[in-house]
Design a protein around this ligand. Sequence first.
Ligand code: ZN
Length: 413
Amino acid sequence: MRINEKQLDLVDKQIKRILASGNYYSEVYKKAGITGVSSPEEFEKIPFTDKADLRNAYPLGIQAVPDEEVVRIHSSSGTTGKPVIIPYTAKDVDDWSTMFARCYEIAGITSKDRIQITPGYGLWTAGIGFQAGCEKLGAMAIPMGPGNTEKQLQMMIDLESTVICATSSYALLLAEEINKRHLKDKIKLKKGVIGSERWSEAKRKYIANELGIELYDIYGLTEIYGPGIGINCPDQTGMHVFDDYLYIEIIDPVTGEVLPDGEEGEIVITTLVKEGAPLIRFRTHDLSKIIPGECSCGRHYPRLDTIMGRSDDMFKVHGVNMFPSQVEEILGLVDGVSSEYKIDIAHDESKNRDIIMVTAEAEGRVDFAVTAEEIKRLFKSKLNVTPKVSIVSINTLPRSEKKTKRVFDHREE
Ligand code: ZN
């Protein structure tokens, strides 16, 4: 889906505003000789930007408006180094809540609903985004924040919450508690809005069944407003993203080449009307694809497929890009194997070729040697590489809430 006239015009205005502001990107664009944009070809020549740029501009180097127009900041923490600070104007905050209210509406949530919000409030964009969208919609917000399961359940029952907003991990924990305490008959939940990250079908089914609810994946990141820039519709064919506020591209994470709709790659987002911190061609490092064609629901917003992992976990062996989702698909075909894995890639100098080592977990009831052979065979037939495979017991590999690093490339060491 190529950038249209209207979007191009908005990007042109953003670039001119950036140049006039004298912010971090004004210097980048001046050096690159960029003064505006008038065609899709020109747009595709604008350099990408990355979280590293935002760190370089710490704390407020990307601010593109005078101080008196900034009403709030948010921050995304990095695993290393400085955090990233994003300034918002009153219009940015309002635009974000408009998009978020739209997400709730697409999920069939109305002003009659009671929305229990469990993501955290504070510097990051989670809780406050869910809350602002809820108020914009006119529904009742129950601003719990995370933790305190006892109180969560009490409020859920006494206030008859109809919607739960949570990470998939916390939704799972609540579902398990409700099951354990036999509270299912006492809760009135109908829908769950879950922050989009890669999560397994098994987890999704458990939460949906245990709580008796429909689940919706909501997409977003702090650098681009926050959660609430896209959500899947009841037809469950991908997440609609609001193209009146954002333009999305999918690129090859290695070459930077823009990929056609339907091909998997890294999501790149351009803000079209953001004032406080406009970002043009921001690399999210999230892997997905644009689903071609129109959705059966009749909405025209373009659709992103479920997030398939992080581009940091994409790897290239013998010139072929391999995605974490492909590895997970293979492991999903093998009996008794968990979805956790670790991949090490090294270079064998003596044979001048790359070696790929897969560590996977299997249940004690299966034969580890047979399982290893099966995984080897599937890699060969599906990805055309033959890895060395080592099988370990379940719960041996590290687990974290999200963004677990699973691929270790030792070739450049
Ligand atoms: Zn739809």
